[in-house]
Design a protein around this ligand. Sequence first.
Ligand code: MF3
Ligand code: CO
Length: 259
Amino acid sequence: MIIIKSDEEIEGIRKSGYILARVLRDLREFIREGVTTWAINKKAEEMIRKLGGKPAFKGYKPGFSSKKYPFSTCISINDEIVHGLPSKKRVLKEGDIVSVDMGVNYKGYFSDAACTFTVGQVSEDVKKLVDVTRRALYLGVSKAVVGNRIGDISYAIGSYVRSFGFSPVKDYCGHGVGIKIHEDPAVPNDGEPNTGELIRRGMTLAIEPMVSMGSGDAVTKEDGWTAVTKDGSYAAHFEHTIAVLDHGPEILTPWDEDA
Ligand code: MF3
Ligand code: CO
């Protein structure tokens, strides 16, 4: 069931999203060579709480798992796509790409966002992957307008990344968000235009392209959480929570200084 939000609810989700955006922005300078993913997670949780929010992923049991997620963030490096587990043993090194994904609960309003950071110098083709994935996010967001269908978002993302020889990762989707962390509808990163649910005013959606440099096949590691590309190619992930309003989509998690 799709939950259409009132303006009051959207205001709550906006406040939640602003906390999240601030944390993702402030993390950028913290993410560099030598830092562990454990430290990044700790820093993110501290910042979320300091700003009056709660980490929404911590203790959350997503549909694909039988266990509750124990951390505030998911941190996925290089061939890891999503749901990477923060670890004291994972130390960032030059050339890595690091996707940080997190949710914030502010007074019962949920936002969800992710960003792929680069560590030091990365190769040209990896830089291209990160760039294309970020632009695919905005292209998808631009289709989240009243009267379009969810498939229009999916098609925009999928066709764009394919035009560079990259692949949208299979089996992982965006979703409704706001009153819960995961709501209907699913927002796939690939699909056909003019298919799927009609987009209506008051929908709040997490749009989140996950893109691989190689094939779009994903497998889950033995830890039961971390999704990696089957062929070992690098993957990037960018996500915004948006609200569909009369004048178009509003980004509720404005973490992007360059947007
Ligand atoms: N990566 C998911 C999303 O952005 C949420 C992760 S759920 C968790 O929708 F339990 F793994 F944290
Ligand atoms: Co999400």
